[in-house]
Design a protein around this ligand. Structure first.
Ligand code: PAP
Length: 320
């Protein structure tokens, strides 16, 4: 099926400095193709390479998300579901590698390391990930029948998670939540604005439900069994009756749970090679829904709720 081409995706960079870039506590964001991109990764050129050279296959699987929406968790689930006939849970590579190593980022890993890599020999289905918004995906992804799984999360928890993570990664103990929150509300955060990011995938999941699956962190928390079965079905690797009866789904859910993953040695003390992230443990903080109430004032919650109401109006997409 021919997918819609985005007017935002173009090979011509449109870079303008952000007010945030002059703030010593922020990552130095630049506006690029309509979104805010963290410039520290030299991401703009890797994004252009990805858009220019990536050739999608119909059986590719792409995990897509905004940072801190549940990417690590979803990668663990996707990897385990797809590879469940090759590995048992005691010998899965997830025991010795962080999920991000097993499902690499297209723009933040693959096309940074090589501007035109040969990805054709990777066994199928190839598993990739991205934090890029839908309009910035390579046209070949949009034209192919590959499957995209998108995960989102209530933005209040995303802001708080992102604040903790950024302070930890960049050693910024003095960076205030107020600063971080203000930027989020202006849409000035990595791969933001949040609402445009979510809307791109939301709309595609409505238009092409067999190509784009829209998942929510909160639903995965509430009913991980049902959501894991839904995910496996969408990926084309559904669980058999026998697997359901013998507890395979349950075992995968338990293995990929926050408590299990965070206690694996690789995620307690490990660090990914050539990564700017100092420790894998930064990907596992509290893993809760609604943790924001301990950090955001009711006035802040109301402010962001009003912004969301306006930005998402008429789309059918809502966040509780
Ligand atoms: P990333 O985009 O940098 O990869 P991502 O994995 O999307 O980050 O989000 C990290 C959040 O998911 C953290 O949330 P918190 O700060 O509110 O705690 C992290 O704790 C949570 N998380 C990581 N793994 C899991 C898991 N298996 N189950 C539930 N939550 C998880």
């Amino acid at each position: 099926m021919e997918r819609k081409k985005s007017s935002l995706a173009s090979s011509t960079p449109n870079i303008s400095p952000s007010a945030a870039a002059s703030n010593p506590y922020t990552q130095g964001l630049i506006q690029f193709q309509g979104f805010w991109i963290p410039s520290r990764h030299i991401l703009t050129s890797s994004i252009i390479s990805f858009q220019k050279y990536f050739q999608a296959f119909d059986d590719d699987i792409i995990v897509a998300s905004k940072p801190k929406a549940g990417t690590t968790w979803l990668k663990a689930l996707v990897f385990t579901i797809i590879n469940r006939h090759s590995y048992t849970l005691s010998n899965t590579p997830l025991n010795s590698a962080n999920p991000h190593q097993l499902i690499p980022f297209l723009e933040m890993k693959i096309y940074i390391e090589n501007s035109n890599p040969d990805l054709s020999k990777i066994p199928s289905p190839r598993l990739f990930s991205t934090h890029l918004p839908y309009p910035m995906l390579a046209d070949s992804v949009k034209r192919s029948n590959c499957r995209i799984v998108y995960i989102t999360r209530n933005p209040f928890d995303i802001v708080v998670s992102s604040w903790h993570f950024t302070r930890g990664v960049h050693n910024l103990p003095d960076w205030s939540l107020e600063d971080c929150f203000g930027m989020f509300c202006r849409g000035e955060e990595g791969f933001g604005p949040f609402w445009d990011h979510a809307l791109g995938y939301w709309n595609m999941s409505m238009e092409e439900p067999s190509n784009v699956l829209f998942m929510r962190y909160e639903e995965l928390k509430e009913d991980p069994m049902a959501q894991t079965k839904r995910l496996a079905e969408f990926l084309g690797f559904p669980f058999s009756m026998e697997e359901e009866k013998t507890g395979v789904v349950n075992q995968i859910v338990d293995f990929c749970s926050f408590n299990n993953l965070k206690d694996l040695e690789v995620n307690k003390t490990g660090k990914m090679p050539r990564s700017f992230i100092p420790s894998n443990k930064l990907f596992f903080r509290s893993g809760k829904v609604g943790d924001y109430v301990n950090n955001l004032s009711p006035a802040a919650v109301e402010r962001l709720s009003n912004i969301l109401k306006e930005k998402l109006s008429g789309s059918g997409l809502t966040f509780n």
